[in-house]
Structures are given as C-alpha cells and as structure tokens.
Design a protein. Structure first.
Ligand code: ATP
Length: 426
C-alpha cells in the first residue's frame, strides 16, 4: 500500500494540497487545497450533486448558514452528547482520545493518564462585539441539522411528498482532540449529506436503498471493493440519535478507519426541532406526523483522500508515476503540447486547439522541455490524454493523442477531438 507521505509529497509538489499557513509554521493539521486539489474536490462534489440531486426527482438541495442559533444544538443533543473522552498524560501533558488508545500509557513518554473526561467537540465563537455568554455560538459540527431545521420550509415551498430527501454540501467544524493523518481528520472539513425522509414503516427499505447507492458511489470514485469494509455498529457504540448505523471503512495506510456512514436517525431530530406540532401533513389523508430519517453521509476530504490513494500507480517498467483517476474526476481532461516550442507554426496550431478545447474542458498547456518530460508531469496529475501537435498536423490537421494509462498513441483529426474527449468522460 502506498505510503501516506508519498501522497502528501505528490500533493504538495503538484499543486493539489498544501499545509495550511505554511509560511507561518503551519496551523495544526490544517490543509489548503491548491489549484489542482480544488478541481479534483469540486469534480467530486459536482458528481455527487448531479447523481443525488439533479438526476433524482425525490431530492432537493439547500445551502444553510454555518453558524446557527445555539438552540439548534440544544435540541439536537449536541451540546450534551457531542463529545469524545479525553485523557491527558500526567508527565508530558499530551492529550489523547481515550477510545483510540490501545495501551493505558502515553505513547509519547510512557507516562500515566488522568481519568477520562468528556470534551465537547463543538467549536465556539462569539457573534457581535461582546465576548459574553449571551453571544456564544457554535460553528456547525455537521451539516445535517440545517436539513431538519429547514424541513418545513422545504416541504412547504417545494410541495414535496414522502419519501424525499434534502441534500447539502458544506463545511463542518469539530475541535478534534487528535486531528491528523493528512486530510483524514481535520478540525475544519467538508461533508456531503442527505437526510432522506420516509414513513416509519418504510425505513428498512430505504436504508437498504441507500446502502446500495453508497456502494455504487464508490465505483464512481474508482474505489474497488478490496479495501472497503462495511461495519454494522452495535448497540451502545452508535451516536445518540441512531437506531441502526453502518460505517463504510477503508484500509488507509494508517489503518482501517471510517470513510462514510449510513444511519437511521428515526424521527429524533424532527421531534426535537418541532415539539409543538408535526411538520409534515400528508396531502391525501391529511394525517400529520414527524417523518423518519435515513442519513447517508460522505466526507468530502476523505473522498479526495481515497480517490488519490486508489489512483496512485507506480509503473516500475516505464519508471513513471501516474494517477489513474476516472477521467471525469481528473483536474485537467487533456493537455496540449506543440512538439517543439521554438517552431512558431507548431505553437500557433497547438494554441488554436488549446483555445478551442478550453471553452469546453479544463485543459493544460505545456511547451517546456521534451515531450517525454511533459507526459511524465501530466501522468503525475492524472491528465487522461495528451495531445501533441507535430509537423504532420500542419499538413493534415491530425494530432497524436496519448493515453495516460496505456501510454499508447493514436492519430485523431482535430475536428474529432471534442467528441473523442466527451465520449470518454461519461
Ligand atoms: P470518526 O469516527 O472518524 O470521528 P464520525 O463517526 O464522528 O467520524 P460522522 O459524524 O459520521 O463522523 O461524520 C460524517 C462524515 O464526515 C464521516 O464519515 C467522515 O467522512 C467525515 N468526517 C468526520 N469527521 C471528520 C474530520 N474531523 N475530518 C475530516 N472528515 C471528517
């Protein structure tokens, strides 16, 4: 399995992900997505939105405020329950999550631990100029609550009937005790979540439906079954709101850990947010009730991480590294090169192709060094096809198109480039 440091260094060298605030010595486990990282991340988010919102007629999206009324977190149970057990080493004062330790002594210095105490993970701040209790607010620790709080507004304005879902992509914040492992666990991260509202008697059916959807989503990212494990979370270990949870775990280079989760949240949240009356009325029977909820949740950053881990390939024979990204996720779909940078005719022809294709796809341009070096650079960032304009191009308006994975080249007419690429992006 690929060493995580290999991925971290490729990400930095090739503009995917940089350490946050690096020139100031960094900020504990914060990471910035660079020019190629933001493309990859956006492609994942757009694919998700298209698949789960646009292609379905039982789904709508929202984009809610990051900071919500603190009463939201009281009603949801987060103020009371959203905590991890924290222990501190009596010698070196390092802090750890008690449930993640395998031994009862400090991994840094062997010292003894304090008794565990519950540490609330919500990130606090103040709204308004006075830093006093009345102005205390929290950055949301999950995107989910907005779908419950906005449920009635969405159901009424969109005239949605059960079953239907509300989707959201956005940032969440958790004051994690032990962030780390690159973008696996950060204090600021992104989630893609769906709250899918059903009648109580249908929950099992839709739980199974979403299990299937989550499995097929992984295929879209190019993640095979080999490193995925589905874990049924037993009674006692589930979040306070859940009656059934299945975690999708992945074998990361640093161990098997959570990637995504699927939970049956019952009507716990809607009951707590709408205590005075049911927020849903069946248009036919007139019956009023609190719908039950199936919640599939996906971490965006963990999606980026597994996509990169699965795509990373070392071709020892050809001495190259390439990212075998599904073409629809690749930051650039294609790169265009003039065979020689000092031949104005070749450069002009290549520029013309580059400018035309750029209107439709993200396209890279490279005229440095030799073609071999340019292939090498494009392979490392996962560009599926490289187009080279050579002397024959000037005569018959064809170019070579080289395939990232096989290294094979075919001649394609310039007029056919657009369909050639489009067909392969589905
Ligand atoms: P973990 O057990 O790893 O702390 P969790 O069970 O608390 O995760 P959820 O509350 O189910 O996580 O959050 C939903 C998804 O959000 C997770 O499956 C994961 O993909 C992502 N996620 C959660 N915490 C973080 C984090 N600190 N950094 C990056 N992604 C995260």
């Amino acid at each position: 399995m690929t060493d995580i440091n290999t991925i971290i260094s490729l990400c930095k060298r090739r503009g995917f992900i940089f350490p946050g605030s690096e020139i100031y010595g960094g900020l504990a486990n914060s990471w910035d997505y660079g020019p190629l990282g933001v493309e990859l991340k956006n492609n994942i988010k757009q694919l998700w939105w298209r698949r789960f919102v646009h292609e379905r007629d039982d789904m709508v999206g929202i984009d809610a405020a990051l900071i919500m009324n603190p009463k939201v977190w009281e009603a949801s149970g987060h103020l009371k329950e959203f905590s991890d057990p924290l222990v501190e080493c009596k010698e070196c004062h390092s802090r750890f999550r008690a449930d993640q330790l395998t031994e009862n002594k400090c991994p840094n210095c062997g010292g003894e631990f304090t008794q565990p105490k519950q540490f609330n993970l919500m990130l606090k701040t103040y709204l308004g100029p006075a830093e006093e209790k009345a102005n205390e607010v929290y950055f949301r620790p999950e995107t989910a609550q907005a779908m419950f709080v906005d449920f009635k507004n969405v159901a009424d304005s969109m005239r949605k009937r059960l079953p239907f879902g509300i989707a959201q992509i956005g940032k969440a914040f958790r004051n994690e005790i032990t962030p780390g492992n690159f973008i696996f666990r950060m204090r600021e991260f992104e989630q893609m979540e769906i709250e899918y509202f059903v009648r109580e008697e249908d929950w099992q059916k839709y739980f199974d439906h979403w299990l299937g959807e989550m499995r097929s989503w992984l295929k879209e990212l190019g993640v095979g079954d080999a490193r995925i494990h589905e874990a049924e979370i037993p009674d006692g270990d589930r979040a306070h709101y859940s009656k059934r949870t299945v975690d999708f775990e992945y074998e990361y280079p640093f161990g098997q850990k959570e990637l995504y989760g699927l939970a049956y949240r019952t009507n716990f949240d809607l009951k707590n947010h709408f205590p005075d009356g049911a927020p849903y009325r069946d248009p036919e029977s007139g019956e009023e009730f609190w719908p039950h909820v199936i919640e599939p949740t996906w971490g965006v950053d963990r999606s980026v991480l597994v996509t990169l881990l699965e795509a990373y390939q070392e071709d020892t024979e050809k001495k190259r590294v390439y990212l075998k990204l599904p073409p629809k996720l690749a930051p650039y779909k294609v790169a265009v090169f003039p065979l020689l940078a000092n031949k104005p005719d070749l450069v002009a022809k290549a520029r013309e192709i580059y400018d035309t294709l750029r209107k439709k796809f993200p396209v890279a341009w490279d005229d440095r060094g030799n073609v071999g070096k340019r292939y090498y650079a494009q392979d490392e960032i996962g560009t599926p096809w490289c187009i080279t304009v050579d002397f024959q191009s000037l005569e018959d308006s064809t170019v070579t198109v080289r395939d990232r994975d096989t290294g094979e080249q075919v001649r394609v007419s310039v007029a056919d480039l657009d369909p050639f690429i489009s067909e392969r992006l589905v």
